[in-house]
Structures are given as structure tokens and as C-alpha cells.
Design a protein around this ligand. Structure first.
Ligand SMILES: Nc1ncnc2c1ncn2[C@@H]1O[C@H](COP(=O)(O)OP(=O)(O)OP(=O)(O)O)[C@@H](O)[C@H]1O
Ligand SMILES: [Mg+2]
Length: 239
């Protein structure tokens, strides 16, 4: 059992505010993407595999069918206040359960490491602003295994807003009672969420990297790579 554990890859996650570059950077850091690394293809050496957090299983047809329906409910059904946070929290918990067991674990099991553009911490950081407590979340999500390592990305929030500009109401506090959307709403809401993410970082001793929003992706990757390398499965461990 101890040997099997040692052979598993590691799940490494980038967390941070909306639009900071989690997806762009995680994808660029990886050697390959999920669709090219799904088990079935024999692993030729351990790779760093990018798995988007909205990835649907390609190894279980049953999970694939149900995750497709869940994804439609979670991300392609519009935004309305008609259903409470409670409804969405339980759907998200179902999503992460399926993601962990039907997408991530099969990749880790063959010895690859996985890099993802977020886990549930950004969602949690926002729920804490809406009256949820950590013990509530621990009960609901506690049976799903979390990542092995997390890196929190921070940056000047005004500069992030100016860099992208097309943020959605939910990224400016729609679910936290904000209605006056714009640059200031984005900064205030993201700042409050980031405080909670930084508290997690403190508690779990995660690395925090402060990025320059005006820097190039290539320069930012040069800062990130040295933080990722020591989090990976030790080299030389057999597959
Ligand atoms: N140095 C940089 N690092 C990352 N992204 C950058 C950088 N400079 C510009 N960008 C641009 O900023 C955007 C970052 O968006 P991206 O979708 O990767 O963020 P995200 O954190 O995954 O957002 P979300 O929380 O919405 O998933 C991209 O359009 C990217 O091209
Ligand atoms: Mg993203």
C-alpha cells in the first residue's frame, strides 16, 4: 500500500482571483493535456498533465454522461437568484466528487502529475463572504480528497480588471448582494475573496506568488516553474 502511494502522481493547483491567469498559466506549465494523457495510453515517463477544472471524464462513459449534465446545470444555465446557494453548493460537491474519482485519480494512478486551474478554494472563499462557515463546507465536501499542493496567485486587482475588462456580474459580487457593477465592485469583491484565500494559504502553508499583471506570460512562467518543480513526484520513483 505504501509503495502504491509513493508511485502516484501529485495534484498541484493554481488558485487566485478571477482572471489572474490560472488557466493560461496552468496550461502553459504542463507537458501535455488530459485528452492526450488519459489512461489507456501507456505512460512514457511521468508528465505534468493539464486538467481543466471543468474537465469531463474520458475514461468512464457513465461519469461522462452525468458530468455533461452537471456541467450544463453549473455553467450553461444562466445566472439567477431563484435557487439558493445551498443548491449550487451541493451541485459543486457532486462535481468535485466526480472530477476527483473519474478524471484526476486515473491520471495520478498511472504516475503522472496533474496541474489544474483551480480547485474549490476560490468558490469557498466567496461562500465565506455569503455567510457560510468552514465547518459547513467541511461536512459537505469533506469526503472528496483535495490537492497535494496549492499555489495562490495574487496581483493588483485594479490592474487585473483593466487587463480584461469583461468580467461577469458574479465576478463582481452578484451572489454577495452587489448590484453596482464595475471596476470598484470587482476590486472590493475580489479583495475580500482573496483575503480568505490568503488565510487558507497561511493555514495550509501554501506558496503565494505576487504577479505583475503587466508582465508577459513567458516572464510569469519563469517565476512559477521553480515553485512547481519541488511539488512534483520525486524523480526516479518508478512508474
Ligand atoms: N502575465 C500573464 N499571466 C497570465 N495571463 C495573462 C498575462 N498577461 C495577460 N494575460 C491574459 O489574461 C487572461 C487571464 O485569463 P485566464 O482565463 O487564464 O484567468 P483565470 O484565472 O483562469 O480566470 P477564471 O478565474 O475566470 O477562470 C488571459 O486572457 C491571458 O492571455
Ligand atoms: Mg480559468
Amino acid at each position: 500500500m505504501a509503495i502504491r502511494q509513493a508511485q502516484r502522481g501529485r495534484l498541484i493547483v493554481l488558485e487566485g482571483p478571477d482572471g489572474i491567469g490560472k488557466t493560461t498559466l496552468a496550461q502553459a506549465l504542463a507537458d501535455t493535456i488530459y485528452s492526450d494523457a488519459v489512461p489507456g495510453t501507456p505512460a512514457v515517463g511521468a508528465q505534468l498533465v493539464f486538467v481543466p477544472r471543468r474537465q469531463i471524464s474520458q475514461t468512464s462513459p457513465y461519469a461522462r454522461t452525468l458530468m455533461t449534465r452537471l456541467a450544463t446545470m453549473l455553467w450553461h444555465s444562466g445566472d439567477a437568484p431563484d435557487l439558493t446557494d445551498d443548491f449550487w453548493v451541493h451541485l459543486q460537491a457532486s462535481w468535485y466528487s466526480a472530477l476527483r474519482t473519474s478524471v484526476v485519480d486515473p491520471v495520478l494512478a498511472v504516475g503522472h502529475d496533474v496541474i489544474m486551474d483551480g480547485w474549490w478554494f476560490k468558490f469557498f472563499s466567496k461562500l465565506l463572504l455569503q455567510g457560510w462557515t468552514q465547518p459547513d463546507l467541511d461536512v459537505i465536501f469533506g469526503r472528496v480528497a483535495g490537492p497535494d499542493a496549492v499555489i495562490v496567485l495574487t496581483a493588483d486587482l485594479g490592474a487585473l480588471y483593466d487587463r480584461r475588462g469583461d468580467f461577469q456580474p458574479r465576478e463582481m459580487g452578484m451572489h454577495a448582494g452587489v448590484s453596482d457593477y464595475g471596476r470598484q465592485a470587482f476590486i472590493t469583491y475580489q479583495h475580500d475573496g482573496l483575503k480568505n484565500l490568503l488565510a487558507y494559504a497561511d493555514q495550509h502553508r501554501w506558496a503565494v506568488l505576487d504577479l505583475d499583471a503587466a508582465a508577459s506570460v513567458a516572464d510569469t512562467l519563469d517565476l512559477l516553474r521553480p515553485l512547481i518543480a519541488p511539488l512534483r513526484r520525486p524523480e526516479g520513483e518508478p512508474l
